[in-house]
Design a protein around this ligand. Structure first.
Ligand code: ZN
Length: 121
């Protein structure tokens, strides 16, 4: 199999992604290669190892055989066939914009955590 034969993708999102609002790796929605015939034992010929991991079958790619285990901790879309040249993976982080930290007058580190509105008044 050649990497150009990898024509299907799924969209994944970690179910607990909301627990990591500032982590662009854990809270990202990701396009992942899908293998209808099963994740191969080794990366297809031409796989871009410098940008897309292929450590083991089912580790960073999805097939019908590993779909249920992926869905234990990820939302996984139905597979779609993509046009030739579509990247094997794409990452869409949902990091909220961070306000520029302000330094308190006492020189202590700025508290950048969101502060809930004061409802005591
Ligand atoms: Zn698999």
């Amino acid at each position: 199999m050649h990497v150009s034969d990898v024509t299907d993708r799924v969209l994944t999102h970690l179910r607990e992604a909301g627990d990591y609002p500032t982590n662009p790796n854990l809270n990202a929605a990701c396009v992942v290669a899908f293998f209808p015939g099963g994740c191969p034992d080794s990366a297809p010929e031409g796989w871009p190892h410098d940008t897309v991991d292929y450590e083991d079958p089912h580790a960073t790619t999805i097939c019908p055989g590993c779909l249920d285990s992926w869905r234990e901790d990820h939302l996984v879309s139905a597979p779609v066939t993509v046009p030739a040249g579509t990247p094997l993976t794409l990452r869409f982080p949902w990091v909220a914009a961070q306000l520029a930290p302000t330094t308190p007058g006492d020189g202590s580190p700025a508290d950048t955590d969101p502060v809930p509105a004061d409802t005591s008044a």
